[in-house]
Design a protein around this ligand. Structure first.
Ligand SMILES: Nc1ncnc2c1ncn2[C@@H]1O[C@H](COS(=O)(=O)NC(=O)C[C@H](N)c2ccccc2)[C@@H](O)[C@H]1O
Length: 532
């Protein structure tokens, strides 16, 4: 029986993900590890002992199916008790899990599968119809085990026996890429555990807490939530994603599961604040709210503080290449004149620094520069993409001779006179849509591949309520000047996740250009604001 719990002495090669996540089995085996909302009045609690046991059952079945150190496993599921047990099982066998959403478009799943060449594609029970590569063994998993379809050959040939060590990949998360395809962020056990250790130093959560997670498994925010809860001996509360668009149902989940910490991108709060303030104010058990992925508008922060005066708000900043790196407590109440939240400074064990265009450190308060992160939690690199990796992991600008690499975040920021950083934009065309990282060029690649489109630009414009939305401006290649919106959007849906589908399409005869002939995106954005 594979032993994935932490009863064994931590692995001589260093602590790995499964040992970190199950450490609480030793101190509180019967404490709640996962609290699931199965419907009104139907709350299902799983203990650390039960979680460890299911992970062991999965690990045995996977080992019996021939899974080995270094293999990859596509894990297609929402965040759930079985999914958490499965990622623990993969970690215990030294296999890297690749989380993807249940409704990942076929093109995207096919591309990810062809890129990471997984040994196994595992889907949560009752999966929606989706892409399955005939070359890849697959299975369906749930609380009762794994059902392989067909059972993959055991004892696969080639590649010798390897020992799992902490510098091995723990997971690969695919995020938007500028080449028109997503890029795989490879995170090691050492990196993710180092981040978790730094995060626990912020004392955000206690063992009696229940941490509601609202992010999909393929967004590393969910992995932060799982590590924050389980690393603290607390419980994870997966909020069913189908309920998030319905504020009353979302808040009912928080009430019935007695969630005390609620984590999510800022936009999860937009509708509850607008439509159910009274119901939100009744959730007095909530003592912490953590958000990340994009800026939380100050007026919404103030409204949330009014409704949940006891809750500590934490602005978490970072990128998937280090999971995150800073946790700034929001002043309560947010001072009237303050329109922007600080992202603070790096968590214990890491350092954020500003670098100017000339490559030298920027020290003074108020001076903008590009954030660089020096940390043991940095990713290993982008999957099979050395050039992109070299652009992201660069020599330490302060001491390039050491060989140490630091993460070049692409984020612009400045320090205030207390030394706290404030995010102030990007150096490229990456944007955040409801907390999701989006390379506009990936959308443009897809738009341009649609028959009938001669040119296309994707951009973010604010709707009349000031909410950012994704717009596509296309130039048809036909003399009749028409592009069928429905055809264009269907073409996008075949390859892009839902948050990357343009919410507005404008057809123009030509794109405005700057003097040097580049598309004038500022002019285009201004035109979009007036075009409706
Ligand atoms: N608090 C912020 N204010 C303002 N802009 C931000 C902020 N957090 C990110 N961002 C932006 O989002 C980019 C990272 O995008 S991402 O790689 O998809 N990762 C995320 O958004 C989530 C990130 N991995 C994470 C996961 C779990 C907890 C915290 C952070 C950053 O480079 C920033 O541009």
């Amino acid at each position: 029986m594979a032993d994935v719990s932490s009863q064994q002495v931590p692995h001589p090669a260093g602590e790995r993900l499964h040992e970190f996540l199950l450490a609480a089995v030793r101190t509180g085996p019967d404490r709640p590890a996962v609290v699931e909302y199965a419907g009104p009045g139907d709350i299902r609690t799983t203990s650390y002992r039960q979680l460890a046991r299911l992970a062991e059952e999965y690990a045995d079945a996977l080992a019996g199916a021939g899974l080995r150190v270094g293999d990859r496993v596509i894990l297609q599921s929402d965040t759930s008790y079985p999914a958490i047990a499965m990622l623990i099982a993969c970690s215990s066998l030294g296999a890297a899990f690749v989380p993807v959403g249940p409704r990942t478009p076929a093109h995207r799943l096919e591309w990810i599968t062809g890129t990471v060449r997984p040994a196994l594609h595992l889907r949560a029970e009752d999966p929606p119809p989706g892409h399955r590569s005939p070359q890849v063994a697959s299975g369906v998993f749930g609380p009762d085990g794994i059902r392989f379809e067909p059972r993959p050959a055991t004892g696969r040939g080639g590649g010798g026996w390897r020992l799992g060590v902490e510098t091995d990949p723990a997971y690969v998360i695919f995020t938007s890429g500028t080449t028109g395809h997503p890029k795989g962020v490879v995170m090691s056990h050492r990196g993710v555990v180092a981040f978790y250790r730094g995060m626990l130093g912020c004392d955000l959560v206690e063992a009696t807490d229940r941490v509601a997670t609202t992010s999909p498994l393929q967004f590393d925010f969910s992995l932060l939530d799982i590590g924050l809860a389980l690393g603290s001996g607390a419980a994870v509360v997966p909020v069913p994603r189908a309920l998030l668009p319905w504020p009353r149902r979302f808040l009912r989940v928080l009430a019935e599961t007695a969630a005390t910490q609620v984590n999510g991108v800022p936009s999860v709060w937009r509708q509850p604040l607008l439509r159910e303030p009274a119901m939100l104010a009744e959730l007095r058990q909530i003592r912490g709210v953590l958000f990340c992925g994009e800026e939380f508008p100050a007026h919404e922060v103030r409204r949330l503080q009014e409704l949940l005066p006891k809750a500590r708000l934490t602005n978490c900043y970072g990128s998937t290449e280090s999971m995150a790196c800073s946790f700034a407590e929001v002043p309560s109440p947010l001072p009237d004149g303050q329109s922007r939240l600080p992202i603070g400074t790096a968590h214990a064990g890491a350092e954020l620094m500003l670098v100017g265009e000339d490559g030298s450190p920027v020290e003074g308060a108020g001076m903008p520069g590009e954030l660089h992160l020096r940390s043991p939690a940095l990713f290993l690199g982008y999957w099979d993409d050395e050039p992109a990796t070299r652009r992201a992991l660069v020599p330490d600008p302060v001491a390039p001779w050491t060989g140490q690499k630091v993460l070049r975040t692409g984020d612009l920021a400045y320090r205030d006179d207390r030394g706290d950083f404030y995010f102030c934009g990007r150096v490229d065309s990456q944007v955040q849509i409801h907390g999701n990282r989006v390379e506009l060029r990936e959308i443009e690649h897809r738009l341009l591949s649609c028959p009938g489109v001669a040119n296309a630009v994707a951009l973010v414009v604010d709707d009349p309520d000031g909410v950012p939305l994704l717009a596509a401006v296309v130039v048809p290649d036909r003399a009749d000047g028409c592009v069928d919106d429905a055809v264009l959007l269907s073409h996008c849906r075949d390859a892009l996740p839902d948050y990357m589908i343009p919410q507005r399409v404008e057809v123009v005869s030509e794109l405005p250009c700057t003097q040097n002939g580049k598309t004038d995106r500022k002019e285009l954005a201004a035109w979009c604001r007036t075009a409706r």
